[in-house]
Design a protein around this ligand. Structure first.
Ligand code: SF4
Length: 378
């Protein structure tokens, strides 16, 4: 569809989406509701930034509890900047994509050390901060500062692709979707018509009505303007490129337990799940299987394929090897067999009863859960 056609129908769509938001906005802890934004109130930039980083590749339902936990423990960006990285990573455990947590902490420190604790309001300045890409910069500028910025997340991408039946497959089609969203985004700086509320209105419709499967077109406020609906082919949009099969990797975790305490290591700072607490493993990575070698000599009982986990670019099948030898003494230098992979030099003993407080990434938490349920040492 040409830009002229998009612009021609944009005004009607914008007005209907904005009006729908007034009565149907989702009540989310980082938001200012539409009646207050109409009175000129903007949300805390710290809250908008934190929620947007958490929402990257994570659902609203999963993020709410983490947002509340973080803002209770670290009420301001200055509090977060002062926190230990290990505490931030542990509090993030379960949300996945841990590079986000490291960048979140780096960004908080940058804002406090270089910008007097104040987030910049312009997209181009926001883009200079650690962990902030084009989408997040636009969302913060629009929602927290009332700037006119074109915000396109996955929900908006789907909604806009359907409204205009954009046929170009992703990722190329993103350019057309952005042009269409630009045409839809209001110019007005009045809070009721702001780009921020409009973006949130589109996110809400994308999440609750224009869902990926079985969209609820019968209650959609812009059904009359929707090209995909008119064609009866809503789920075709956004058009995706053919799927590539994910490679399958094999890895092994090592369960070393003594006196109801489990041996945990800290993963290397660089690489997958970097700096996170974890079970020792055999050095699996996105590009290769693990070597299978245990970190200690002794008797091991192997349980095959106890966890299957899907990462963005590969899937992983995990075996769990359980140490059967009693009287374990772990001194510095005991571990010289498992190369590469986390070493046992900085290992700690963690009570099995209380392992949920260790802040293990989901992949490792799944393996622990599997083992605890089976009481492996009994
Ligand atoms: Fe989405 Fe259906 Fe609304 Fe079109 S009519 S925007 S497909 S919910």
């Amino acid at each position: 569809m040409g830009v002229d056609k998009i612009t021609g129908k944009a005004q009607n769509i914008t007005a209907k989406i904005s009006a729908h938001y007034v009565d149907n906005a989702r009540n989310l802890p980082w938001r200012v509701p539409p009646e207050l934004s109409a009175a000129g109130r903007l949300p805390e930039p710290y809250h908008v930034w934190l929620s947007e980083v958490m929402l990257q590749q994570t659902t609203v339902a999963a993020v709410i509890a983490y947002f509340q936990k973080f803002t209770k423990r670290w009420p301001t960006v200055a509090d977060l900047a002062k926190a230990d990285e290990a505490d931030v990573l542990a509090a993030w455990a379960g949300l996945g994509y841990y590079a986000r947590a490291r960048n979140l902490h780096k960004c908080a420190r940058y804002v406090c050390n270089n910008l007097s604790g104040i987030f910049p309001s312009e997209e181009k300045e926001l883009l200079k901060l650690p962990g902030i890409g084009a989408y997040t910069a636009a969302a913060i500028a629009a929602i927290a500062f009332g700037q006119r910025a074109v915000v396109v997340d996955a929900n908006i991408e789907r909604l806009v692709a359907r409204l205009f039946a954009i046929d170009t497959p992703l990722p190329k089609g993103k350019a057309d979707i952005r042009i269409a969203m630009d045409a839809l985004t209001p110019d007005a700086r009045t809070p009721r018509d702001s780009a921020g509320d409009f973006a949130q209105a589109c996110m809400d419709i994308g999440a609750s009505i224009c869902s990926a499967k079985a969209p609820k077109c019968e209650i959609c406020p812009v059904q009359a303007h929707c090209a995909a609906y008119a064609k009866g082919d809503q789920e075709r949009y956004p058009v995706k490129p053919p799927k590539k099969a994910k490679p399958l990797r094999k890895g092994r975790f090592f369960w070393i337990e003594q006196d109801e305490k489990l041996l945990l290591v800290t993963r290397p700072a660089k690489g997958m799940l970097g700096s996170m607490r974890a079970l020792p493993d055999d050095g699996w990575a996105a590009g290769k299987d693990g070597h299978g070698q245990p970190p200690l000599d002794g008797n091991w009982q192997l349980h095959e394929n106890v966890v299957q986990h899907s990462f963005t670019h590969f899937s992983l099948e995990v075996d769990l090897a359980v140490y059967q030898t009693e009287k374990i003494v772990i001194n510095k230098g005991d571990n010289r067999k498992a190369e590469p992979g986390p070493q046992l030099d900085d290992a700690i003993w963690w009570p099995v009863n209380g392992i949920e407080d260790a802040g293990l990434p989901t992949l490792f938490a799944k393996a622990v859960d599997w083992a605890v349920k089976r009481k492996l040492k009994e």
